[in-house]
Design a protein. Structure first.
Length: 94
């Protein structure tokens, strides 16, 4: 089972459905959300990863979300700022 290394250093199992839910919350269609989750899952498998950093996952997801629809990307960023008190765009530029 692939593990996600969270920002606080903790680990949890990689669950593609979490990507789908997050994409849906940003306004993505169910089809687009599932497609993004499958692409991310494919990248992890293709690279043979047993662990993936949460920030890398977020970066991959946002790249794909932005390709699908700029508004969905912006919604994700706004949600992170408002609810999670996180400046995701700034974090991704590090």
């Amino acid at each position: 089972m692939v593990k996600v290394v969270k920002r606080d250093g903790g680990e949890e199992d990689f669950v593609p459905e979490k990507i789908v839910v997050s994409c849906l919350k940003s306004g993505a269609t169910p089809e687009a959300a599932r497609k993004i989750a499958k692409i991310i899952e494919g990248r992890i498998l293709e690279r043979g990863l047993d662990k993936v950093n949460a920030l890398d996952l977020t970066k991959w997801i946002l790249e794909l979300l932005r390709k699908e629809n700029e508004e969905w990307y912006r919604n994700w960023i706004i949600f992170d700022k408002a609810v999670k008190r996180r400046d995701t765009e700034k974090e991704l530029k590090k």
